[in-house]
Design a protein around this ligand. Structure first.
Ligand code: GTP
Ligand code: SPV
Ligand code: MN
Length: 581
């Protein structure tokens, strides 16, 4: 196969010349192609088959033990001006970056097949979708892209029609962390990633394209590319509200996106649109609408069980790829908190031995197509997306942040998002459990200077008077012995219901300096074993602690210098003044 699009063919030729592959394969995205690649990977050991009776069409991939998560310290945004990448990104001048990374790509695909993977992020016929082509020498990447994106012939046809696409070049290289680089060239709409075969480092449609490159395009074109799930909440009366929530990596997006209403609220329904990324546009009426650019999930496995996330637990029993989980003696996948079965082997393929640590890597993942999800919304295919009633920010905070609060208005909501901090997780290589600033859950994913990003967020206020309300949530408050104060998971619906009531103006709230907090009796706790004292702790703030937090946020904002929008600093000062009253 070739293409009639000269710019694409020319790029393929250049890459082939540089990387010297044994073969070039144009991916058509068919099921037959998927099966062929699986067969080939079973033969060479890249995949192993899981129990075909209980887990039909499920495969296990064990990655290199040094290649198990995103690598923020090796991820660069290469704009011509350093200031355009901002203090939130690692930066390298484009010429130097190309030279460095091209040296690693030289001959990198020798004896390997070069796969050309055309994909479309978003419904294939949506005006908001954007296409890309990933070149990769990893068949594992191809099968993951097939499950997670609209990949193949239809995407290529759209690319040839439009003539423009994001260029993503990927090779697993030699997997050495010393020769691993994830480079973004937003001004050229291109990505070069080498040395990792894992997740967001290698599946270039996801974080690299749909967040880092897309956020840069979104700023220029007046929309938003965000690290947000999209979920529909249908009331017993049949009204559905859609909300978009930004939570940092491994902080509960997939779980919230496919929540199952508990028995106490069985007359509510939840519809999943997306679990990780949202592209948001204002329509002609000023309504913010969202599409999910992805069409599959790359979800955290540990912690998934029939109580916490039954939808995920069920959907990964067939047609799924597991990466870095353990196995039982029956050849079923196994992970911590699965609650059934026993591990016999760990994620490195060794006999399980508790002294080696967990059986499944804490960042082990499943890949499945979205249509596997029992709560998948048919509107996920709607070209115009769904109307968003509320935007929700949040993080993982043992202390301080209440269960939920609402910003006073849009501008204040942008401050709430910019002030998000969260404990780090295993989704990135590095220390786990340290609180860090993660504005809008985009610290690792914003392809440009956060100061400009906040200005872009603020600019929406002038463009519409129908913007969604903005909230902040925290499921992760703990007591003195480290027990979660809030039951979480399905019970989070109780908080979503308060958010909807607020959007509809049907419930009062307590005004505080940081925003509107629920009156503790307004969060429904029927049939929940939770004390009034705990509810009070979850729905009140400690002024002294918040003064400290707001001044830390002020210092953080100041670190962005002159480019920081004055309006944002003024919002921070307003909160400080009110806390001091
Ligand atoms: P990324 O895919 O990295 O972007 O992560 P995510 O935000 O989708 O997180 P995910 O839903 O996969 O959850 C990560 C971990 O948090 C899992 O181990 C979950 O079991 C756990 N978790 C999710 N929701 C809750 C909750 O409401 N309460 C508690 N205590 N844990 C939760
Ligand atoms: C995240 O880290 O936020 C993920 C996983 O969703 S990865 O695709 O590896 O970035
Ligand atoms: Mn994510």
């Amino acid at each position: 196969m070739t293409t009639k699009l000269d710019s694409l063919q020319q790029w393929i030729n250049e890459v082939a010349e540089l990387t010297n592959p044994a073969d070039i394969h144009w991916c058509d995205g068919s099921d037959a192609e998927y099966q062929d690649l699986v067969k080939q990977m079973l033969a060479d050991g890249t995949l192993s088959e899981l129990n075909g009776e209980t887990y039909p069409n499920c495969y296990l991939h064990l990655s290199d033990p040094s290649d198990v998560a995103r690598v923020e310290h090796l991820t660069f945004v290469c704009t011509s001006e350093e200031e355009d990448a901002g203090p939130n990104n690692n930066w390298m001048a484009p010429a130097e970056a190309h030279e460095k990374v091209d040296a690693l790509f030289e001959g990198a695909m020798q004896d390997r097949t070069m796969y050309v993977i055309p994909y479309c992020m978003g419904p294939i016929d949506s005006p908001f979708s954007r296409c890309g082509v990933e070149i990769s020498d990893s068949p594992y990447v191809v099968v993951n892209m097939k499950l997670m994106t609209r990949m193949g012939t239809a995407a290529l046809a759209r690319i040839e029609r439009e003539g423009s696409f994001v260029k993503g070049l990927h090779s697993t290289g030699d997997l050495s962390p010393d020769r691993r680089l994830i480079m973004h060239f937003p001004e050229e709409l291109s990505i070069k990633s080498i040395g990792s075969g894992y997740g967001g480092n290698a599946l270039l449609g996801k974080k690299c394209h749909a967040l880092r490159i897309a956020s840069h395009q979104a700023r220029q074109e007046g929309w938003l590319a965000e690290h947000m799930l999209i979920v529909g909440i249908e009331s017993p009366a049949g009204e559905t509200h859609y909300i978009a929530c930004a939570l940092p990596s491994a902080c509960g997006k997939t779980n919230l996106a496919m929540l199952i209403p508990p028995d106490s609220q069985a007359d509510w329904k939840i519809w999943t649109l997306g679990d990780d990324i949202a592209w948001l546009h204002l329509d002609d009426e000023g309504q913010l609408r969202a599409i999910n650019p992805e069409s599959g999930y790359f979800g955290v496995v540990p912690g998934t069980n029939s109580k916490t996330n039954k939808n995920a637990f069920d959907m990964i029993t067939h047609d799924a790829i597991y990466t870095n989980v353990g196995r039982t003696s029956d050849n079923e996948p196994w992970w911590e908190d699965k609650k059934v079965g026993e591990p016999a082997y760990d994620w490195q393929g060794r006999d399980y031995d508790a002294s080696n640590g967990p059986a499944a890597h804490p960042n082990s993942r499943f890949t499945v197509a979205a249509c596997n999800n029992p709560s998948y919304s048919s509107l996920a295919e709607a070209p115009d997306g769904v109307p968003i009633s509320a935007i929700v920010f949040g993080g993982r905070r043992k202390e301080l942040a209440p269960l939920v609060y609402q910003s006073k208005d849009w501008k204040h909501g942008v401050l709430v998002g910019a002030g998000v901090a969260s404990e780090t997780t295993a989704a990135n290589v590095g220390e786990v459990g340290v609180v860090r600033r993660d504005p809008m859950a985009m610290k690792p994913f914003c392809g440009y200077n956060f100061a400009d990003y906040w200005a872009h967020w603020l600019s929406f206020d002038e463009r519409s008077d129908k913007l969604p309300k903005i909230f902040h949530i925290n499921w992760f408050r703990q007591d003195k012995v480290g027990k979660f104060l809030w039951p979480g998971f399905g019970e989070n619906l109780r908080v979503l219901r308060w958010i909807i009531e607020r959007c509809e103006g049907r419930v009062d709230a307590t005004e505080t300096a940081i925003g509107y907090l629920p009156k503790s009796e307004d969060i429904d706790t029927a049939q929940l074993d939770i004390s009034d004292e705990t509810m009070l702790a979850l729905t009140s703030i400690d002024k002294a602690q918040w003064l400290e937090e707001m001044s830390a946020i002020g210092e953080y904002l100041d670190s962005y210098g002159d480019r920081l929008p004055k309006a944002l600093k003024a919002e921070q000062q307003k909160v400080v003044d009110q806390l001091n009253q």
